[in-house]
Ligand binder design. Structure first.
Ligand code: BGC
Length: 732
């Protein structure tokens, strides 16, 4: 009898109830059925084939990814619940990375908001849309720390900093999973890619990562640990080998740390084909060996490749895989399905989720908070709404698909409002002179330049929308050059020659190097690939209806040769100093000094972590400590005044950094330990306080123990990672 009917009277979802139901089901399953649950397939196409129907009936698959239409999913679920022997429901997973039909800015853009509450709301909205169409598992958030913009997947990351990424990852998980996974509008989230994937050598996707355990624990694992503690339902392995051992067969990661240390009891899925790829890595001799190594390391479900289904039975028979290992994996899978309520509900009738006015308003708000003002010479921005006309130029001004960014799987161009459309609407078509100049970001032809220059000449200001196409960003989109591609630099030169105020808006999936364009521009607004409502968000920022408040979640290099460059680096014995700045870019100077720097570019980045301007002027002052000394186990409060000395009400993300000045293991020159957003009226001053406990000062020592050591600590309350008001205290 299908399990649905047998249990449908019971709605209790306490851990105990779920565990009982799991055990009673597990006891009735054959080994094949168990292995079926451990298998996830992409092979469900539209319409459902007879072959796939038969496989679902036979319990061949536990889960499908990125598969079918909403109607197919409902029908497949009906077959699983009512026509398979045990009535075990399917779990439909999907890459709902930054929105579903309503597309939010790419995750790195969302991270620029430094607004966990907003990011949570975006995830909640995506969960509601996706779940309506039968998806109850999303492969999000990606929390790989990313310090290399050559890596295309930096777009999906939450930036370079473990503290910021942890806060945002936890917020996203809360949004996706809601108060209860059993809520039909909740979806299981997935902490990926565990672990170290963002540190691929030279930014080449899928490549090896070499991360000493101390760095792994201090930086790369932190968001995963936070997500596990916050109850993220699933983890995904990474493609890369970490210190020579592929993550997908890495028992140290998947068992020793995840299960033993963190006590994580959720489910682990491999990445796409990653079990099979253990062979290409040179880690497994053949498919059976790959299945054995993955399961024994701690993978519960295999994505796409079928080594589990093809080999686990014989591996159990020969004793190479313990039956208990299989049972534990299946327990975790079934537990998730029960917690999602999949056993207790008929699949909802297939319904199409459409963006709503509310979801689009939220998308606009996220896009607005994601934008970072990088330059604003002589208050060029905001433009006055009464100012005559503007030229709208550039390959990103009206490209709906590019604006959505990487992983726009369910985004639809028809729902996107581009900057051109928004500006035409708000100013009136007669005040907007549009000339793309280039067909796309890689276009090398100058054929469109004359029309672009003409548009600029006829206007009071030139708005130049540059950047990257979405297809240059994301998975397998590593770049060795970080410049604006195509003839975009030349287009900027041409438009500059028109002699009008030049406002550059850059829409991209990664930090780019655009030193010369920034030099020519009067203002630069960094907008990222900012989703369905990016256009209106940008238009309102340019015309001052909103004030930019985004801050960079990742350091922008001056040139690719500086990469990796990040704020929380260690000092050296020979640090470079401010007096060594001003080196012209590109041509080596006559070398001087013996400090840690370059001879052909400044050692500092183009824009530091945490940086972002406003239309108003925030001043920081009067830092105070509640005590000059902190005792072990104690706390101190660090406070400072933040004053709005400008003329606009605006939001400021106030950042809190520390430095452990001397320790048995050298500590970063600064580390983010807190942030708070304040909204201040012109003339208003707010005292902002951060509580610091001695546990916040802990670091991993050489024996991998989390310790605090007495000594002096520096603190900053700051507008970014390079400035701020500061003081010192002592831990005794
Ligand atoms: C990516 C994952 C993604 C999976 C499923 C893989 O190529 O690395 O992040 O979730 O595909 O589409």
């Amino acid at each position: 009898m299908p399990f649905l009917l047998a249990v449908s009277a019971s709605h209790g979802q306490s851990g105990g109830d779920v565990n009982q139901r799991v055990e009673s089901l597990l006891a009735r399953m054959t080994l094949e059925e168990k292995i079926g649950q451990m298998s996830q397939s992409t092979s469900m196409n539209t319409p459902l084939s007879d072959a796939i129907r038969a496989e679902i009936r036979a319990g061949r698959w536990g889960s499908f990814l990125n598969a079918g239409s909403p109607g197919d999913r409902a029908e497949a679920q009906r077959i699983a619940l009512h026509e398979s022997r045990l009535g075990i429901p399917l779990l439909f997973g999907r890459d709902v990375i930054h929105g579903y039909h309503t597309v939010f800015p790419i995750p790195l853009g969302q991270a620029s908001s430094w607004d966990p509450e907003l990011v949570e709301q975006a995830a909640r909205t995506a969960a509601a849309e996706a779940s309506r169409e039968g998806i109850r598992w999303v492969f999000t958030p990606m929390m790989d720390i990313a310090r290399d913009p050559r890596w295309g997947r930096i777009a999906e990351s939450l930036g370079e900093d473990p503290y910021l990424a942890s806060k945002l990852a936890v917020a996203m998980v809360a949004g996706f999973q809601g108060k209860s996974l059993g809520d039909p509008a909740s979806v299981a989230a997935c902490a990926k890619h565990y672990a170290g994937y963002g540190a691929a050598e030279a930014g080449r996707d899928y490549n090896s990562t070499w991360i000493p355990e101390i760095l792994l624990r201090s930086v790369y694992l932190k968001p995963f640990h936070a997500a596990a503690d916050s109850g993220v339902a699933t983890f995904m392995t990474a493609f890369n080998a970490l210190n020579g051992v592929p993550s997908t067969g890495n028992r140290f990661l998947l068992h020793d740390i995840l299960r033993d240390e963190w006590k994580y009891d959720g489910m682990v899925v491999s990445d796409y084909n990653a079990v099979l790829e253990l062979i290409k890595h040179g880690f497994a001799a053949n498919e059976a060996d790959a299945a054995r190594k993955a399961v024994n390391a701690g993978v519960d479900m295999e994505m796409v490749s079928t080594t589990f289904f093809d080999h686990l039975k014989e591996l159990v028979a020969s004793g190479q895989v313990d039956q208990r290992q299989i049972d534990d994996a299946v327990r975790r899978i079934l537990r998730l399905k029960f917690r999602l309520g999949l056993f207790d509900r008929e699949p909802p009738a297939p319904a199409a989720a459409e963006p709503t006015p509310q979801s689009l308003a939220l998308a606009e708000r996220v896009a607005a908070e994601s934008a970072v003002l990088l330059k604003n010479r002589n208050h060029t921005l905001p433009l006055s709404g009464n100012a005559g006309s503007v030229a709208v130029i550039g390959p990103l001004a009206d490209s709906a698909v590019d604006q959505m960014g990487t992983w726009n799987t369910d985004g639809r161009a028809r729902d996107v409002r581009t900057p051109l459309a928004a500006l035409r609407e708000s100013l009136g078509a007669g005040r907007v002179h549009y000339a793309a100049g280039l067909k796309d970001s890689r276009d090398l032809s100058h054929d469109g330049f004359a029309a672009a220059v003409d548009a600029a000449r006829r206007s009071d200001a030139a708005l130049l929308f540059l950047g990257e196409e979405e297809t240059l960003s994301g998975e397998a989109r590593s770049r060795a050059f970080l410049d604006l591609p195509g003839a975009q630099n030349a287009l900027a030169d041409a438009v500059k020659s028109a002699g009008k105020p030049l406002i550059v808006v850059i829409m991209a999936g990664r930090p780019l190097t655009f030193h010369e364009v920034a030099g020519k521009a009067d203002a630069v607004l960094w907008a990222w690939h900012n989703g369905s409502m990016g256009g209106p968000a940008i238009a309102k920022l340019l015309f001052g209806e909103n004030v930019p408040s985004g801050k960079l979640p990742v350091t922008f290099p001056r040139t690719v040769g500086q990469v990796p460059i990040y704020y929380a680096h260690l000092s050296t014995g020979r640090p470079a100093s401010e007096s060594e700045l001003g080196i012209p870019m590109g041509n080596p100077e006559k070398p001087t000094g013996y400090t840690s720097k370059y001879i052909d570019v400044d050692f500092t980045p183009e824009y530091p972590f945490g940086f972002g301007l406003s239309y108003t002027d925030f001043q920081y002052g009067n830092l105070s400590l509640s005590a000059p000394v902190m005792r072990a186990g104690g706390t101190i409060v660090v406070s400072a005044d933040v004053a709005n000395r400008g003329t606009r009400e605006a939001r400021e993300v106030v950042q809190f950094y520390i430095q452990d000045e001397t320790a048995s293991v050298c500590q970063p020159v600064r580390e983010l330990k807190g942030f708070q957003a304040v909204v201040l009226k012109p003339g208003e001053t707010r005292r902002v306080s951060f509580h610091l406990g001695s546990a916040d000062l802990a670091f991993y020592n050489s024996r991998m123990e989390l310790v605090t050591e007495p000594g002096k600590f520096h603190v900053w309350i700051a507008p970014d990672s390079t400035r701020g008001v500061e003081a010192e205290f002592e831990l005794r």
